[in-house]
Design a protein around this ligand. Structure first.
Ligand code: 4AD
Ligand code: MG
Length: 454
């Protein structure tokens, strides 16, 4: 018998030969004359209807059990589906203890409920759809860059630098404190950390390949329980050499966002629909509109002026030189019409050492950009990088980092070019396009303070 995935079977027409389908039971309905099953194998949101003789029923054939069905695909009399599987045999491969199984038949479990079961929630409709979308989005992002001539770089996960300089590093320790490593103190002779960003390594590569990208896990020991922060998250990062202005960077951010989102919407429409129908009903129309319009750009100066006009509404009073708070980001996005907004040219002192001085005053602003989006806040961060040796040297000196970043300074001596790039939080991206409130629901196994299950 030909083995078919449920998705293939659903897309097939009536077929002559015997087929075999495997999966997990999503419903059992036993009637006098006929036994109906629905089985799902994760290949699609829809389940395949199986029609069987009641004699094939058994105690083990319950919601959640794993089965293998052999039979013929026949045209279905129901409008909802093309075909159904007329069973010739049903084998329960693995029974499921219905009493202790936390998922129940015929229930739409809320995301917060299934979050308690990280080892089982992928069998719910919502997480199933979400993780298929996540897989498609990953492929769409890779395609976007590959199609536009970027080279994919595997930047390291273990590193000795703190790219963002925010001190949110997880330090690596060895578990078996051998005599030798205790003496040496460090396995690598230097303190090593889980990466917070692949940017500095991408800058190295942009100096040879011109356009590069990376898409991997990043780690931040941020003590935040917010619905937008994880300790382990995925970041999409790009770096471009020979840039003329910040607009070269924001254009790529916008193109990436729109191309990937359109691809995801057209490649898994049913999975996406589940979210736009039940989780965030207002999101669909807004996103379609957003994909057609150009993103808005305002400067940090303008942003502060806008915020000052509404000063009384904020707990944290907006002031030039202060970081934008969540309430400020929210207000700005609303002020611009609930669309994505690039905020550019931030105060020098707010941003990391690598950002390019705009020279609009003594260390006044840098060529930085944050992309703010409705419901989420910051989705991307990027900048032009300081490619001029004297500027970079004096900034690193003031920070006492010249020795640690000798190699980074070196890059400014050997064919340095204007360059820049950005990073997009992949989970925040998924949250935004699907309207998912909590970041813990868009990653297979969330890590956050006081929680590292599995
Ligand atoms: O703004 P960030 O810190 O920028 C960088 O790391 C740059 N080095 C990137 C670059 O230019 N190559 O982080 C980029 C994005 C944020 O805008 C946010 O979407 C996401 O990463 N992010 C997080 N997502 C989930 N949990 C966290 N704790 C996050 N911290 C940042
Ligand atoms: Mg940022």
């Amino acid at each position: 018998a030909a083995r078919l995935r449920v998705r293939q079977a659903l897309g097939a027409r009536e077929a002559a030969g015997e087929v075999q389908v495997q999966g997990w039971v999503r419903s059992v309905r036993s009637q006098k004359e006929v036994l109906f099953l629905h089985i799902n194998d994760g290949s699609s949101l829809e389940s395949l209807q199986v029609v069987a003789d009641p004699s094939m029923d058994s105690r083990d054939l319950t919601f959640g059990s794993a089965v293998e069905v052999r039979g013929k695909l026949v045209k279905s009399p129901h409008k909802m589906q093309n075909v159904e599987l007329k069973a010739e045999s049903i084998r329960v491969v693995g029974p499921c203890d219905a009493l202790s199984f936390p998922l129940k038949a015929k229930e739409r479990h809320p995301l917060e409920y299934v979050r308690q079961f990280p080892h089982l929630r992928c069998r719910s409709n919502a997480l199933g759809a979400l993780l298929r979308i996540r897989s498609e989005a990953t492929a769409a992002i890779h395609s976007f860059f590959q199609d536009n001539g970027y080279v994919h770089i595997h930047t390291p996960i273990i590193t000795s630098n703190d790219c963002e300089g925010a001190g949110e590093l997880f330090q690596i320790e060895t578990s078996n404190e051998t005599q030798e490593s205790a003496e040496k103190n460090h396995f690598f002779n230097v303190p090593a950390f889980l990466t917070v960003s692949g940017q500095l390594h991408l800058e190295v590569m942009a100096g040879a390949f011109t356009h590069v990208f990376t898409f991997g896990p990043t780690f931040r020991a941020e003590n935040s329980q917010s619905r937008r922060h994880l300790a382990e998250f995925y970041m999409v990062e790009a770096e471009l050499s020979f840039t003329e202005s910040l607009q070269d960077i924001t254009q790529v951010m916008e193109d990436l966002f729109k191309t990937a989102t359109s691809a995801v919407f057209s490649r898994c429409p049913r999975d996406v629909e589940l979210f736009h129908k039940y989780v965030a009903p207002a999101q669909k129309g807004r996103l379609e509109q957003m994909l057609k319009n150009k993103f808005v750009t305002i400067s940090y100066n303008e942003a502060v002026e806008i915020l000052k006009q509404a000063s009384q509404t904020f707990a944290f009073k907006p002031e030039w030189g202060c970081d934008l708070q969540r309430e400020h980001e929210k207000y700005l996005v609303q002020h611009c019409g609930e669309v994505p907004v690039f905020v550019i040219n931030y105060p020098y002192d707010l941003k990391p050492f690598y950002m390019r001085d705009n020279e609009d005053g003594p260390q006044r602003t840098v060529a930085a950009v944050d992309l703010l989006v409705p419901g989420i806040g910051e989705l991307c961060g990027g900048s032009l990088r300081e490619e001029r040796l004297p500027f970079l040297e004096s900034r690193l000196q003031r920070l006492g980092l010249s020795d640690a970043y000798q190699w980074y300074l070196d890059l400014r001596k050997f064919g340095s070019v204007p360059h820049g790039g950005f990073g997009m939080g992949f989970e925040r991206y998924l949250q935004y396009i699907l309207g998912v409130d909590n970041i813990k629901d868009v990653i297979p196994f969330p890590r956050f303070p006081h929680s590292c299950l599995l």
